[in-house]
Design a protein around this ligand. Structure first.
Ligand code: B4P
Length: 190
């Protein structure tokens, strides 16, 4: 299975990615997590990424694409993968197309989680109290939502036109959402 998991900040991508990846026996590859690991280790990639993440902007495509390409080339991703938070721009869509074509396979589905705007903010403010993520302040959350609307929402139409879009209601309890994703994806031939 080669899957992408999309949705606005707070939609539950990272939360659901673990369950979905485990279900299909593929690695969950989260660009946000890889950036945060690099930030905490103080690598050059982390130093570059941090200034964008802290203000709610996207890390430049060139940097993100290079990082994902290297991760997808690792042996554990050969049988398939779940991408959490990538692609987020039209440029990243094109890059991913090239990466997948290079493997001789194709993308199986693009799952998008839909959640009410106010619920998104509440979830992230709640996470701010428990996890202390630098980008979970109200101003930065609003900016992340704007960037998502401007740059990532158009990707939904791209995958819909390709017949790959799977829209899942992301409201409700975590395990309810997980079950909805499984139900939607179990119909897809592997
Ligand atoms: P991400 O790490 O992807 O951050 P996110 O959009 O907030 O999603 P996340 O997965 O963390 O949260 P989730 O919705 O699961 O990206 C962070 C930054 O990295 C970006 O802003 C950007 O700067 C950079 N970046 C990443 N990818 C990039 C790319 N491709 N190109 C350029 N830049 C990139 O969960 C949020 C909260 O909701 C959690 O606390 C969770 O517990 C809670 N929650 C989840 N499901 C719930 C439910 N059903 N009910 C109640 N709460 C729920």
């Amino acid at each position: 299975m080669r899957l992408i998991l999309m949705g606005p900040p707070g939609a539950g991508k990272g939360t659901q990615a673990r369950f979905v990846a485990e279900h299909f026996g593929v690695p969950a590859i989260s660009t946000g997590d890889i950036f945060r690991a690099n930030v905490s280790q103080g690598t050059p990639l982390g130093v570059e990424a941090q200034r964008y993440m802290d203000s709610g902007e996207y890390v430049p495509d060139e940097v993100t694409n290079r990082m994902v390409r290297a991760r997808i080339d690792e042996p554990d991703a050969a049988p398939g993968f779940l991408l959490d938070g990538y692609p987020r721009t039209l440029d990243q869509v094109e890059e991913l197309d090239g990466m997948i074509a290079h493997t001789g396979h194709s993308l199986d589905a693009a799952v998008v989680l839909t959640v009410d705007a106010e619920e998104l903010v509440q979830r992230l403010l709640q996470r701010a109290q428990t996890d202390g993520r630098a980008d979970d302040t109200e101003d930065v959350i609003r900016r992340r939502q704007e960037v998502y609307t401007e740059q990532t929402e158009p990707l939904i139409g791209v995958y819909r036109e390709r017949g790959l879009l799977v829209e899942v209601d992301g409201m409700g309890e975590v395990d309810e959402v997980t079950q909805r994703i499984f139900d939607a994806l179990d119909d897809i031939p592997q």
